[in-house]
Design a protein around this ligand. Sequence first.
Ligand code: F6P
Length: 501
Amino acid sequence: MPSPAQAAIARLPQADLKSIFTADPDRLSRFVLTQGPIRFDWSKTHLTDDLMDAFLTLAQERDFTGWREALFAGKPVNNSEGRAAEHPAERGQGNADSVARARMFHARMRALIDAIEAEALGPIRHILHIGIGGSALGPDLIVDALGGDGLRYDVAIVSNVDGTALERAISSFDPHTTLIAIASKTFTTTETMLNAASAINWMVEAGVDDPYGRVVALTASPDKAIEWGVDETRILPFSESVGGRYSLWSSIGFPAALALGWDAFESLLEGAAAMDRHFRLSAPHENAPLIAAFADQYYTRVMGCQTRALFAYDERLRLLPSYLQQLEMESNGKSVTREGDPVDGPTAPITWGGVGTDAQHAVFQLLHQGTILTPVEFVASIEPGHALDPAHHRALLVNCFAQGAALMRGRDNPDDPARAYPGNRPSTTILMEDVTPEALGALIAFYEHRTFANAVLMGINPFDQFGVELGKEIAKSIEADGPKGFDPSTMALIGIALGGG
Ligand code: F6P
């Protein structure tokens, strides 16, 4: 049974985007919001005042403000695992004890970084960061977005268990001047532990004196890191209540803090903290993550859109789509509510995307003329990330804005339907002043809170991820006991490729 607000949302007629603008020329005043260095523009979505009212009622029905307070108070919002979700504490926001603990861990990280810079571990030129999922995607995004050619060390972030990834990464590294950072919340993840062991072997084979002395562990399981052979003085812990895909602010961000410098890392945290304050203190009707979640809910649950696409019109943000895939799909790709009941509609759409303008020449055909409606998000920066002719950045931004206009406007062609564009296709534009540490911190925190807001509106827990376990367990059982009792297809594949069938 839909709730009264859900019924109201479903009943509201959908107007064409162009007519929405004609009927409401002042739309920008209500559907554009600037928060610090970022301008969010939802005016080219189907959100109207009536829809906003209905969604605000839905937020009340779902006790959005109560859940938001519980998040910041360090209450166990991750109910299935009986844990808080304290990534905001890493930015100085939330429960006082958790904030103090995060500060202590940051101080420890900073001290180790100072020691590394002072060559206490010998000369270091390269950082080999080994981790996967949340222990890789966040640091990779930050280092890639903010590093440019100003990185203090060469950084390689290796995640895949495919040895080609590690081999390629170390091919240009000198083992005698490399620092290995093993990033794993649990310190049990198969891929990470295998890559870490191979990295140590690489050092041993090259005759490095004390390879374990060149290892730093970034983890919420310090005991496991000690067992593995990392000296306690080089373990940078973080709290168990910081989820893997929300952990770049903790010691998992170590390669970024080391390679970009501590000031940049602190600015990243401060940018995120500003977004935390906005999310926590702003009224629902002017709350950027919540409004974004309203649009998400509308397209997924009312319009039945199964995907959402994000295009970074800035090469510095090229890793943003893959970062968001984990954040959004691992958080909200669920089928049951917090109480374990079946959900009352679709949950997270598939997040996909790429960079502009490349994507225009590859996938935009479907966005403009395909039969599957896809809400599009553009992310761009007013300032360029390079010193070349300003014509580059101008062309980039002109293209970005042209695509949003074209999706909305469309074009009739009564003589040739193949050349007609239906239009009425929604897009959101997120315009940053520049890709600075502050702005990037705020942008990522915006996405985190938007993911949480979506979960609250759907009544699900965004902080667990049991769906990833079954495949891991089966792989482990094949390694431990050999292939037994599988279907004929799986048995044959194993037999042919691994010789164990
Ligand atoms: O398998 C999924 C997952 O548990 C993610 O949630 C996590 O970010 C990733 O694996 C890596 O886990 P860990 O940091 O414990 O190695």
